[in-house]
Design a protein around this ligand. Sequence first.
Ligand SMILES: Cc1ncc(COP(=O)(O)O)c(C=O)c1O
Ligand SMILES: [Zn+2]
Length: 423
Amino acid sequence: MSTLLDENTTHTLRAGAFGHARSLACRECGHEVALGPSYACPECFGPLEVAYDFPAVTREQIAAGPRNIWRYKALLPVPDDIEQSPNTEPGFTRLLRADNLARELGLEKLWVKDDSTNPTNSFKDRVVACALSAARELDAKVFACPSTGNLANAVAAAGARAGIPTVVFIPSNLETPKKVNSAVFTEKLVAVEGNYDDVNKLASEIAGEEEGWAFVNVNVRPFYAEGSKTLGYEIAEQLGWRLPDQIVIPVASGSQLTKVDKAFRELIALGLVEDKPYKVFGAQATGCSPVSVAYKAETDAIRPVKPDTIAKSLAIGNPADGIYVLDVCRRTGGAVEDVSDDEVRDAIVLLARTEGIFTETAGGTTVGVLRKLVETGQLDASLETVVINTGHGLKTLDSVSDRVGPAATIAPSYDAFVASGVL
Ligand SMILES: Cc1ncc(COP(=O)(O)O)c(C=O)c1O
Ligand SMILES: [Zn+2]
């Protein structure tokens, strides 16, 4: 039995190991358990999440912090000396005003939060940085994850920098750049013949058998998930300590979407931003859209699916946080929508040609859904909107390589250029 999984293990935590976090609280029944390697409620098996006794935090304190996610360390389950430990230092990515794309889509005011510039080119570096801190404090010997690709890249890189052995598990049919992007950092990349849900099941089994493994999104998931809040904090800070009216976020497990909502609510509660309504929209690819299907059917019953889409990073057929995504989107007046693979490809090229941002298929899904939400009137085009780009297009090059290319192949002469008709 894994020490990290065994809730009876009395691991001595150093003081302040999890910052201002108070406990792990059940998202279903509210039952609280002590901070540690627990992820399921002992009362009802619901998922646990980190609960805090926040100190007073000012905008000035945050602004004086480093230009990475640790500027928000008072709001994360990390120790006060977190900057001393080697990490990949993700975050503080750019928030770009996207006037060209806005014009194209008929929106008044649009921003792209571009998380493709994180250390391993996806937002997953944020969650991994928090999971790594928890793994360290819990004395884990191995850092591991089941992944749809991006998380594997982030875990492998962070483990390398921290000097902790990593083992990452991916579906064997992932895009080559994502495989290489993990294999370059760890010799223990395991390709599993199956889809993500099979890989996840295997990881849970291993976590139950092996001693001292920290599976970032399994047995230290509550700490991992908190890293996603930083995306929400940054958007508010970069807007001049304001919340946007609407935000569109991709959904795989659904963790990121629910944590951006948690971040916004925390900022309001702490008085760091003004209380105002905001709408959260979820984006899925039609070939793996269990949450969107449930949203449209107006049910809470999310039926697992077998994914079939080019958006492989979003290909989780049985999303752990799906039910909470429905809750956030309904509560805030948003929606969950999905787009076809062709619409994903179109949106990748649209974002590239309007804003000079090359996104991966997850971002194509998100921009495609943004477009569809405007067209169907589900999103108010007059309100300030943020769309999140969670990963870099070089990771999923093949998805658009047959759509774009040289306009002509010519001899190196002026005449040949004129004859090509490109001008
Ligand atoms: C690029 C990208 N965007 C979005 C997501 C969705 O994240 P979540 O599982 O938190 O919903 C993933 C998940 O792997 C991803 O790789
Ligand atoms: Zn419970």
